[in-house]
Design a protein around this ligand. Structure first.
Ligand SMILES: *[C@@H]1O[C@H](CO)[C@@H](O)[C@H](O)[C@H]1NC(C)=O
Ligand SMILES: *[C@@H]1O[C@H](CO)[C@@H](O)[C@H](O)[C@H]1NC(C)=O
Ligand SMILES: *[C@@H]1O[C@H](CO)[C@@H](O)[C@H](O)[C@H]1NC(C)=O
Length: 591
């Protein structure tokens, strides 16, 4: 369509606003949060299913079990954002599996479609690597299941553990319901590959869930810990092995402790991003590792833990002053929540899924307190509780006490207020986009975001007391006192390059890995000319590099006076051999 080609040239913000309906002021408001939830839950499950192939209303022709992140650009003339993300799909399917277990048996075929679709995607080689060389960390694929080869923030290591979790919940249900053969033969092989990836790469940096920063992300590691714990248990149940799962899990939990600053979770470490680290990343981590059997454990940042409650305050407070629509809202009353306060994507706005996550943590905490039979207010969580109950003091309040009842009631009201914020900024047709405008509340960016709908479902299910089964948190929540990084698994790579040089000139290799100087000529690795002859101008070096890893590199020359000359483009690419201690040789000629 000509119309869409014209639109494509406009700034994204304008493009999206064309797709939106009129100003919010003209929309009918529903009277109560309960009434809103009733209608919006129906819109949300339909919204999720519409975005899943092959019969979803907005995913026609997309292969079965593939989740489209948003049908924003489904017009073939402007299909530039028409992708499936491993993370979004896994979180969506986690919500669907929970719903299936809670009684919606109509979802069975969709779950089986997901298993096959993911088994297929795990075999697709892509810029992050092949099936056994890091390719599972690729963030997104084209919806026809082919690799996306454009530049992107990759790898993202949260996809495999999140997918393993969604599938493990399903496999456990199958085992309990006469489907052990399907669990063992069809579902486990997919989980096993995700866990093998996770065991191998958890201690390497990658891009965060917002696809922006390359470091260690709290969300990725929290998902990793959970997946390894429940994956190891599932393996035992099925008579399979999960190499390294049981030994890596406590080490991941140990590492997770270092994200706690004393007053909030710093969501991204091992990088310099110039941010505070207050990020809804951490609230999403608490809700997706929620265990109904847990006792408010701080080490696993459970929704009702003192640390996670203080973090809830720190993160939500960080948005009080940055959004116009939050202005004038008193401390202790719910606000619109975004990703992180320094966000500049679409100028930085609140997101539906972030605001819903703030509600979901509170509902999950209420579930845990009711189960435990008491609430403990300590010096860490006191500021959180003081916001909503100014006269509260530290102490443990048993279920039959008046204070317990006022705490539960205040937390429930607070959670409902976050839902009311979403209600206020949801258009009349219930369509949930990705964001809503920080100054006027109108929907922004991708329309019908699958994750927004899934977030609505899980938040309101927790409110109704519908929960996911335990993942084994109570027996797996003690971190070792000293953290140990897993031993490096390196391959020996010999670089041979034929390069005719003049006296005083030296050849180096430089590239994308720390071991290759991260593209910095000053940190490039020298090659030796010990075998150099005029008929065979060989420069060579053998370097330890992480096994099964794809990387880009180039050779450079440095003259005797230090002048650096780079090889011509494009970059060279190589995948190291698999197996610790394995060897491989690359044979290049200077170009
Ligand atoms: C690897 O683990 C060690 C020990 O927990 C930790 O200090 C280090 O920051 C981790 N690095 C990455 C990139 O995960
Ligand atoms: C991410 O950071 C690591 C170092 O921690 C580096 O080796 C790697 O090249 C970086 N990746 C990208 C795509 O910048
Ligand atoms: C480089 O050459 C060696 C020996 O000549 C050979 O064994 C090796 O496979 C070659 N490497 C590649 C990547 O082709």
């Amino acid at each position: 369509m000509l119309f869409s080609s014209v639109l494509r040239a406009l700034p994204a913000a304008l493009l999206i606003s064309v797709a939106q309906s009129g100003p919010l002021e003209h929309k009918p408001r529903q009277s109560s949060v309960d009434a809103f939830i009733k209608t919006q839950a129906d819109v949300s499950i339909k919204g999720v299913l519409a975005n899943i192939g092959t019969d979803g209303a907005k995913a026609q022709g997309v292969p079965a079990g593939i989740v489209v992140a948003s049908p924003s650009r489904q017009n073939p003339d402007c299909d530039i954002d028409w992708y499936t993300w491993t993370r979004d799909a896994a979180l969506t399917y986690k919500a669907l599996v929970e719903r299936f277990i809670a009684g919606d048996t109509s979802l069975k075929q969709k779950l089986d479609d997901y298993v096959s679709a993911q088994a297929y995607l795990q075999g697709v080689s892509n810029p992050s690597g092949g099936p056994d060389t890091g390719g599972l960390g690729e963030p997104k694929f084209n919806v026809d299941r082919t690799a996306f080869t454009g530049s992107w923030g990759r790898p993202q290591r949260d996809g495999p553990p999140l997918r393993a979790t969604a599938l493990t919940i399903y496999a456990n249900w199958l085992v309990a319901n006469g489907g052990t053969t399907q669990a063992a033969n069809t579902v486990w092989p997919v989980i096993a590959k995700d866990l093998a990836y996770t065991v191998r790469y958890w201690n390497q940096t990658g891009f965060d869930l917002w696809e922006e920063v390359n470091g260690s992300s709290f969300f990725t590691l929290a998902a990793t810990h959970r997946a390894l714990v429940e994956g190891a248990a599932l393996a035992t149940k099925l008579g399979k092995t999960c190499d390294g799962c049981a030994s890596a899990a406590p080490q991941v939990l140990c590492f997770l402790q270092s994200f706690w600053t004393g007053s909030y979770i710093d969501s991204n470490i091992n990088l310099n991003d110039g941010r505070t680290g207050k990020d809804v990343n951490s609230i999403l981590s608490s809700i997706h590792t929620f265990d109904p059997e847990s006792k408010c454990t701080d080490s696993t940042f459970q929704p009702c833990s003192s640390r996670a409650l203080l973090n809830h305050k720190a993160v939500t407070d960080s948005f009080r002053t940055v959004y116009g629509i939050n202005r004038g809202i008193a401390q202790g009353r719910a606000v619109a929540v975004g990703r992180y306060s320094e966000d500049v994507y679409y100028n930085g706005n609140p997101w539906y899924l972030a605001t819903l996550a703030a509600a979901e943590q509170l509902y999950s905490a209420i579930y845990q307190w009711n189960k435990i039979g008491s609430v403990t207010v300590d010096s860490v969580s006191l500021p959180f509780f003081r916001d909503i109950l100014p006269s509260i003091a530290t102490g443990t309040y048993a279920k039959d006490s008046a204070t317990y009842k006022s705490i539960i009631s205040a937390v429930k009201t607070y959670g409902d207020e976050f839902i009311a914020v979403v209600q206020k900024y949801t258009p009349a047709n219930g369509g949930l986009a990705e964001q809503f405008d920080k100054n006027n509340g109108s929907p922004l960016s991708a329309v019908d975001l699958t994750w927004s709908y899934a977030a609505f479902l899980t938040a309101t299910e927790r409110r109704a007391g519908i929960i996911s089964p335990t993942w084994g948190e109570p027996a797996n929540n003690v971190a070792p006192t000293t953290c140990t990084a897993p031993p490096a698994c390196n391959a020996k790579i010999t670089f041979n390059v034929r390069a005719t040089t003049v006296f005083g000139e030296n050849v180096f290799v430089v590239g994308q890995l720390t071991q290759l100087g991260n593209w910095d000529p000053a940190s490039a690795k020298p090659l030796s000319a010990s075998k150099y002859t005029s008929s065979d101008p060989l420069w060579t070096a053998t370097i330890d590099l992480p096994a099964s890893t794809v990387f880009d590199y180039k050779y450079i020359r440095k003259s005797s006076s230090g002048v650096v000359t780079w090889e011509s483009d494009p970059n060279r690419r190589f995948t190291t051999s698999s197996g610790c201690g394995s060897t491989a040789t690359v044979n290049d000629s200077w170009r």
